[in-house]
Design a protein around this ligand. Structure first.
Ligand code: HEC
Ligand code: HEC
Ligand code: HEC
Ligand code: HEC
Ligand code: HEC
Ligand code: HEC
Ligand code: HEC
Ligand code: HEC
Ligand code: HEC
Length: 336
């Protein structure tokens, strides 16, 4: 019997942590954390027998046992709108009831614990061409998700926008290549105009969060540079909400306000075989200091010099001054 038990326990350590792998750790070397009621050696607190060699089955269901002592914990999740289904099923999906090589009696490290069931998310986080550092580093998944229960779907520890600006509300954020990133919180609270989905605090309208295929983890492609040869496929992101013809029609009197008479100036600037200006040349995509999401200036060249756009809105059009070209004015009422 003794030999049998040891073999069992030996297996338990290396087997995947899910589905009834709840035996005490066999190797004392591995034990970093021991649960108080197990430490006492009184197996009958939870099992039918007090014999440590053969404690028999547990008394009641796992969760009934745990809640018997962790009543405050039980109360704290009872009122939550969403309870994580493995928690309802059994605490032993993630915790060893006896001891563990990890804090909080966890069966696995984070993020592997989560990845054991959410392998799709873990694969995205690890293998995507564009990765998001917080998803795998440190507390990883727990920075944004509660493992037990939450009032915000999907199991979030805060409202999505608030979560993003916890980090993206700082001035010194850098991307994976070391380039400075905008302080979104500052932009949103100090801008004259917010982009529709940003005003709705819906970052997910454009960004994935665990990792993605496209520049900046965008849902759809958008060029990464200031100049880009025009190809509608590169602008799928913008065209998923905005009219493609407002950019592609050479002439129009209805599709865009950025026209001189019927000459479509969006077409003139963007739709070029070689050095087409990408939308960022004139628009700040999250929030901007001027009407029509026009930015004050654009970072340019290797040293990120700021080029002032000097945009002025007029009743029937507007003008841009002395930066990319001498002052030019557009007027929608012009006959041409
Ligand atoms: C805090 C409650 C608690 C205490 C105390 C406790 N256990 Fe357990 N034990 C459990 C739970 C819960 C399970 C998982 C049962 C299940 O999944 O059905 C379990 C499972 C086991 C298993 C694995 C059984 C199997 O079939 O997988 C062994 C072996 C075990 N306990 C040994 C002990 C021994 C030995 C003691 C006393 C030294 C002890 N336990 C004390 C809660 C406890
Ligand atoms: C007999 C009372 C009792 C039962 C039953 C019990 N616990 Fe505990 N648990 C405690 C005590 C006391 C502590 C605090 C001391 C410690 O960390 O061991 C604790 C600590 C914990 C911790 C670590 C908390 C921390 O902050 O590090 C976890 C996780 C936990 N229990 C999970 C469970 C689970 C899962 C079950 C059911 C299988 C369970 N407990 C059943 C008494 C109990
Ligand atoms: C999906 C995995 C998962 C399940 C299932 C789960 N837990 Fe946890 N639990 C965790 C993680 C991860 C932590 C560590 C949280 C942290 O460090 O912030 C934790 C921490 C705890 C703690 C320590 C206090 C705290 O909130 O940090 C207690 C107590 C606890 N769990 C009890 C339970 C009980 C009781 C159940 C069953 C009703 C349960 N857990 C089910 C993953 C889980
Ligand atoms: C034992 C398996 C298991 C483990 C471990 C597990 N989960 Fe889950 N999780 C589930 C199941 C099952 C659902 C419900 C799936 C559904 O409703 O589509 C779920 C749902 C979720 C959801 C909500 C999904 C949605 O679309 O609403 C999130 C977020 C989540 N888990 C995150 C985590 C995190 C973070 C961890 C690690 C702390 C974790 N899970 C560990 C099984 C698990
Ligand atoms: C930076 C915050 C953040 C981190 C870190 C994070 N998530 Fe999420 N997660 C979110 C947000 C926000 C959503 C909702 C996305 C949406 O609605 O488009 C989400 C959605 C989910 C979902 C449900 C939808 C889906 O994509 O399947 C699961 C499951 C999930 N996360 C698991 C995880 C796991 C596992 C980890 C760790 C490997 C993790 N998350 C790390 C913020 C985060
Ligand atoms: C815990 C801090 C943290 C949270 C929360 C967080 N981020 Fe990030 N994010 C970072 C860091 C650090 C980087 C830079 C390193 C990198 O590129 O991953 C980054 C990078 C990014 C990037 C640029 C990725 C690239 O390399 O091109 C985008 C886009 C982004 N985050 C969006 C979001 C969104 C949307 C949310 C909310 C759902 C969010 N982040 C929540 C820390 C965070
Ligand atoms: C309408 C689509 C859209 C929405 C909504 C959106 N973003 Fe973006 N985001 C973009 C685009 C496009 C870029 C690339 C901008 C560029 O390089 O000119 C970007 C870039 C970023 C970057 C990199 C910043 C930098 O300075 O390079 C971060 C971080 C980011 N977004 C976070 C967020 C957060 C947080 C939210 C929610 C408040 C959000 N985004 C909402 C489209 C969007
Ligand atoms: C998820 C949908 C969505 C996506 C994706 C999107 N937008 Fe928007 N955009 C809106 C909404 C909603 C408004 C505000 C309603 C309106 O005025 O049309 C808006 C307004 C604008 C405006 C200001 C219009 C004005 O004159 O006031 C500009 C400029 C703009 N978007 C540019 C872009 C660019 C550039 C992209 C691609 C990087 C983009 N949008 C992607 C939804 C979107
Ligand atoms: C050379 C500067 C410039 C570039 C590049 C540019 N825009 Fe604009 N855009 C403007 C100006 C100026 C307006 C305001 C027109 C007005 O007076 O109503 C505008 C207006 C808009 C509007 C509001 C509706 C409309 O057409 O009047 C949208 C949406 C828009 N732009 C999207 C885009 C998208 C998407 C791109 C990239 C594919 C882009 N813009 C590139 C200058 C530019």
């Amino acid at each position: 019997m003794r030999t049998f038990l040891v073999i069992c326990l030996g297996l338990a350590v290396s087997a995947p942590a899910f589905g009834g792998n709840s035996a005490p750790l066999a190797d004392p070397q591995l034990i970093q954390w021991s649960h108080a009621p197990f430490e006492t050696g009184e197996c009958e607190i939870c099992h039918e027998s007090s014999d440590p060699q053969n404690p028999g089955p547990i008394v009641g269901t796992v969760n009934q046992l745990c809640f018997g002592c962790h009543d405050m914990f039980a109360e704290s999740i009872a009122d939550m709108a969403n309870i994580h289904s493995p928690v309802e099923e059994s605490c032993t999906n993630c915790h060893n009831p006896h001891n563990s090589s990890r804090v909080k009696l966890l069966n696995e490290d984070i993020p592997e614990l989560c990845g054991g069931c959410h392998d799709d998310v873990l694969a995205i986080a690890r293998n995507s061409p564009v990765q998001h550092q917080p998803v795998l580093a440190g507390q990883a998944c727990l920075k944004c998700h509660d493992p037990h229960a939450s009032n915000v779907k999907p199991m979030l520890v805060g409202l999505p926008y608030d979560l993003c600006v916890r980090c993206h509300g700082k001035d010194d954020m850098k991307d994976s290549e070391g380039k400075p990133m905008a302080n979104l919180q500052y932009l949103v609270t100090h801008s004259h105009m917010l982009h529709g989905p940003v005003a709705d605090k819906d970052c997910s309208a454009c960004h994935l969060v665990h990792g993605g295929e496209n520049f900046r983890m965008l849902l759809k492609p958008y060029p990464s540079r200031f100049y880009s040869p025009y190809d509608a496929e590169n602008y799928e992101l913008c065209f998923s909400c905005h009219e493609i013809d407002a950019i592609e029609s050479q002439r129009t009197t209805t599709l865009t306000g950025f026209r001189d008479g019927s000459r479509n100036l969006h077409y003139v600037h963007v739709d070029k075989e070689r050095r087409g200006r990408t939308c960022r040349a004139c628009h700040e995509v999250h929030a901007a200091p001027q009407d029509h999401m026009i930015r004050d200036g654009v970072p340019y060249g290797p040293r990120n010099w700021i080029l002032k756009i000097n945009y002025t809105k007029t009743e029937n059009g507007g003008s841009c001054a002395k930066t990319c070209h001498p002052t030019k004015t557009y007027d929608r009422t012009r006959e041409n």
